[in-house]
Design a protein around this ligand. Sequence first.
Ligand code: SOE
Length: 388
Amino acid sequence: MELIRIGMVGYKFMGKAHSHAYRDLPMFFPHAIKPVMKAICGRDRDAVGQAAQQFGWESCETDWRALVARGDIDLIDINAPSNVHKEIAVAAARAGKHLFCEKPLSVTLPEAREMLKEAERAGVKHMIGFNYRYAPAVQLAKKLVSEGRLGRIYHFRAWFLQDWIIDPQFPLVWRLRKEIAGSGSHGDLGAHLIDLAHYLVGEIQEVIGMSETFVTERPLPDSMTGLSGKGSQDAPKGKVDVDDATLFLARFANGALGSFEASRMAPGHRCTNSFEINGSLGSVKFDFERMNELQVYLTDDDEDIQGFRRVLATDPAHAYMDAWWPPGHTIGYEHTFIHEVLELMNAIREDRQPQPNFADGVRCQEVLEAVERSIAERRWVRMSELSE
Ligand code: SOE
């Protein structure tokens, strides 16, 4: 049996999602290369030991350098905070390991470019974790666009809204600190939208944006907690130096117009990752909170039955669904990661780069940076201004 031995850095939210994907893949996709969960790495020995046991890893490490140096590991999966992605990825590539890295690729464009260059130089496979591409309903949208069913694309309208920091007492966790996260809602949520735009519509030519930090100080946390931390009223406060919300407009190379909104300050929106595409022959609408559905409108439907139809993307005709449950039996967030890992394993077997890979991570980082520059300089920024 073909095997790929995995070493993973990080064991929190994404670490758990990736671990689950490695565990489930062989059960539902038995013909894929089997990922072997060799070692998981984190700085806190007790916590990482507990995670190893709970998630099903064979062993654990407390220093990522030791993990990368291990001869029994073929692929390094990076789920640590964004500011350490580059150092780990570069070292792992130099050690000849394949790479799987969470988004955003890094905290700056030069770092992201360096990661891509090092991975290419080492000749290893490299994948970035834009998991939403792997929802079957998103794959269906891609198919309709690619087959020309929507005609010429006029609009891509996307918004990713959350509300987990709406309470001003929510602590200053790492995702709210520029030196660790790179940016706020922009790099965390906007990055997914940018990747979907690239995937579904194509290259972005120019952008103009605006952003705001509505809560400028927050209580310091007692640990680097995740999305559910609570801050104490009495804790000393620190300055929030990332955006709570970033909005931007874009013009695509194919002439389509785009609008993007990322916010963590939208009460009631837990994980509203949505887009709408309008073309000359039809439209599609997607909302991750109803991730099994795609709303489809086609202008060539008979006049008297025109309207958005709700397509439940759970039939064997839909991507990946023949491996899951009978039609109508829906799948969830975790399945996007399983499909992502399937793509990674298939790419290794077929000796090609997985989709999306570090080149897509760099393209995304270029747009993130162009939007930041446009905000700082209060003007449209062309992507060509960022070329190397
Ligand atoms: C938190 O905002 C978060 O977990 C992001 O970091 C993920 O990338 C996104 O998929 C869901 O929300």
